[in-house]
Design a protein around this ligand. Structure first.
Ligand SMILES: [Zn+2]
Length: 205
């Protein structure tokens, strides 16, 4: 792509670093911003910068949060003895939308994936295992997507905690294999949490 302006080229290059955005789309977005009032670009860059600088991760569940403890962990109407293990904030949002779950979450920040160079120590697993060891959790619900990486991650965590006094379950899947949680419809997802099955059962099937 030949540019008549180095300034334009730089902006397009930066925008095209985003996932799913090729050079053509980046050019379209940049030209769109050029046609809008300057204030719009200012608001956009400011929002992104504030997000990058000021956002925190909950000290307890690792969910993205504005404060040290996220709104879910600090709410007093949640059952802290039931913890739902998810991959990222999108899963928390999807499950919250179902209104079927009143426990807390633990956000791993990904799944074990040797192909992508992601091992157990790259994820928030140790803090979860510690919570179980301290006896703070009575039930752990695995709600990772049912991919090979999700299953590997579930099993890895299960191995670490199976000797402790904690019930493990996995969300019942009306969701077909490989579907990501965030795309499951609310009713199906809500039902799959209510009808969760013992984790050991899921290993045999
Ligand atoms: Zn939290």
């Amino acid at each position: 792509m030949e540019f008549s302006s180095k300034i334009l080229e730089r902006a397009v290059n930066e925008v095209s670093q985003l996932p799913g955005i090729g050079k053509r789309t980046a050019l379209r977005l940049v030209l769109h911003l050029l046609r809008q009032p300057k204030a719009q670009t200012q608001a956009l860059t400011e929002a992104l910068q504030t997000m990058r600088n000021d956002i925190k991760f909950c000290a307890s569940c690792h969910n993205i949060s504005d404060n040290t403890l996220c709104e879910i962990c600090s709410a007093n109407n949640r059952n802290s003895e039931i913890v739902c293990v998810v991959e990222d904030i999108r899963d928390v949002m999807a499950i919250e939308n179902t209104s079927s779950f009143k426990g807390l979450y633990h956000v791993l920040g990904g799944k074990i994936s040797p192909m992508d160079g992601i091992g157990p120590h790259d994820l928030n697993i140790e803090t979860l295992v510690n919570k179980v060891k301290e006896g703070k959790i009575k039930e752990l619900i695995f709600a990772l997507s049912s991919t090979m990486e999700g299953d590997t991650t579930n099993f890895y965590i299960y191995k670490q905690i199976q000797d402790y006094n904690v019930v493990t379950s996995t969300i019942a899947r009306g969701i077909s294999v490989g579907d990501e949680l965030e795309y499951a419809d609310e009713i199906t997802l809500g039902r799959s949490i209510v009808n969760r099955i013992p984790f050991e059962t899921s290993l045999k099937s």
